[in-house]
Write a protein that binds this ligand. Sequence first.
Ligand code: SF4
Ligand SMILES: [Zn+2]
Ligand SMILES: [Zn+2]
Length: 315
Amino acid sequence: MIRAMNCTKCKTKAALKLPRHHAAFCKNCFNSFVHDQVHKAIRSQKMFEKTDRLLVAVSGGKDSLALWDILLKLGYKTDGLYVNLGIGGYSESSREKVVHFSETVAAGYGAVLHVHTVDREEGAGIRELAIIVNRPTCSTCGTIKRYQFNHAAIRHGYDVMATGHNLDDEAARLLGNVLHWQAEYLEKQGPSLPASVDGFAKKVKPLYRLTERELAAYCVLNKIDYVVEECPMAQGARTLLYKEVLNRLETESPGTKQMFYWGFLEKSGTTETPTSIAEKDRSSLHPCSNCGQPTTAETCSYCKLMARAKTSTLL
Ligand code: SF4
Ligand SMILES: [Zn+2]
Ligand SMILES: [Zn+2]
């Protein structure tokens, strides 16, 4: 079917069909489309400027490597941060993909890769740490990643921290938050969260206008080698179920995901930097008594987690 199609823009042979845009593109026009969507995201959400220094969190998966590639090609000064979670073979192959991209592509733009290794810095891999502190692996992982991303951004003087969350991720998260009416999370679902206080980096999601499938296609067409398997801890996560449901809807009615998430952004007024959220956060945040990073409690959740891990006889 694809063989018979021509590119909507230049009429040469199409490489990919995009039902949600009623279009088909050749490689060059698809790359322009992807760059255009990211450019629109950056501009409409006032994410950053060409003079800003960006740090992108790279996991070795398609989204974050595509993001690093796109930002470099669009002319943004973007370095990478890889957090090695110490999950056996998965972490080993994701590390290889990140290092390979960094050396073969990013280095050509003068970009550098920062690496944080959890079992070296925190004393054990993420699964072992979760057992020691008796908490679910993904929540332990979330606490450590959030802390280390922010820590690295502040320590190395980056203006903005970018992550590879795509339209599928954001629509699935929104569905979960709506199903449970988690109003406080809904407030923070925008793709651009300002630096609420000193010591907190601004966080942005420049891929929120692109789907998982489009980003996989971008990597394949541009020969970006990424780790295909999901993190083994993700099995059975709620988000995967929400993604499946949204994919069913998307097949029946192309454009559903974007209508859902972009529609939410429009209706909730989060197409602009949500300064009201920043102000609200500012009033409740203060430096952690141990590490100085902003927190709403006396001690931040990372320091609490590490204190708990250290009191265990296993560490
Ligand atoms: S799925 Fe893996 S990477 Fe994602 S939060 Fe869980 S442990 Fe961390
Ligand atoms: Zn074309
Ligand atoms: Zn702390």
